[in-house]
Design a protein around this ligand. Sequence first.
Ligand SMILES: O=P(O)(O)O[C@H]1O[C@H](CO)[C@@H](O)[C@H]1O
Length: 339
Amino acid sequence: MSGENLIMSSVNGVSSIRPEIALNGLANGLKSNGINGHHEHTNGVDHKHANGHKHATVDPRNYDDIIRLAEVIRNMVDLKESPTIGVICGSGLGDLADLLVDKQVVPYTKIPGFPQTSVVGHKGNLVFGYLSGKYVMCLQGRFHPYEHDMDLVLCTMPVRIMHHLGVKTMIVSNAAGGINHKFNYGDLMIIKDHVFMPGLVGFSPLVGLNDPRFGARFVSVHDAYDKQLRNMARRIADEEDIRAHEGIYVMSGGPQYESPAEVKLYKVLGADALGMSTCHEVTVARQCGIRVFGFSLITNIGNDDADTSVEVSHEEVLETAKEASVRACRFVSRIVENL
Ligand SMILES: O=P(O)(O)O[C@H]1O[C@H](CO)[C@@H](O)[C@H]1O
């Protein structure tokens, strides 16, 4: 895709290029004063885009900034309707966004104040379009805390933007290492619950002053992964003959893979698969009342024996994800069809 084509339609070709709206939109207000105006320390981030231009400051902690940025995005595309379904694509799982019909693609590099992706397999596009007849908004590339100095608020900004644009249900996917002995390469795991390791030690996107407009100060995550959606997904996996388990995902901070002793620790904790994402996004989604369905693609098997040399690599993760991509896309399409 050409970097010049800000907004593309797969059906009609390039529809329009409107970067000036984005920049004017920012000039009109993305100078934050913090929560309700009395939070002086904004933590704003001056983002430089690929073209070297510096954009206005966006403070991911400031509610008004988020709303304005969401409106800037809305003005960059010609939304067919409100997207009620949001999808976050995991490593190597971005092909789904390419399947959208009547799609419009906004590269993150063109969105003022938006973080950028740096992990291979995360393209860095916001994609709007139809999937199984439903209008969806897809993050083709996510923000891992380890890429962004553990700034979890910044990494979850897109979830709050999704919410403002109308998303009611979020489907979140990831590539993960299997630690349940029943799991095999290429299996899917429907996430039943999670262990948010960074969150347990204070790296939560909800840490800091809470603007009540974002949602509650104290968020219950006892039912984070919607049971009805999980049941529906299990039925679909059966119908489609897709090997899918249900299990617990643990998020570690990364970016180093886990040592054998850490893999053992996570097993003892009761986890079934491990990765470096998802929990922060789900936490914010629950704060704003978005229903969540999550699944992992098992791309490698965690090794808990220090005397056995098993090297994990991101290349291996991407390779397995590629092989399973068609299956994963079918799975998500069927879920969306049933929403
Ligand atoms: O969780 P996703 O984005 O799928 O990526 C996974 O793959 C990378 C490691 O190979 C880590 O970023 C891990 O979290």
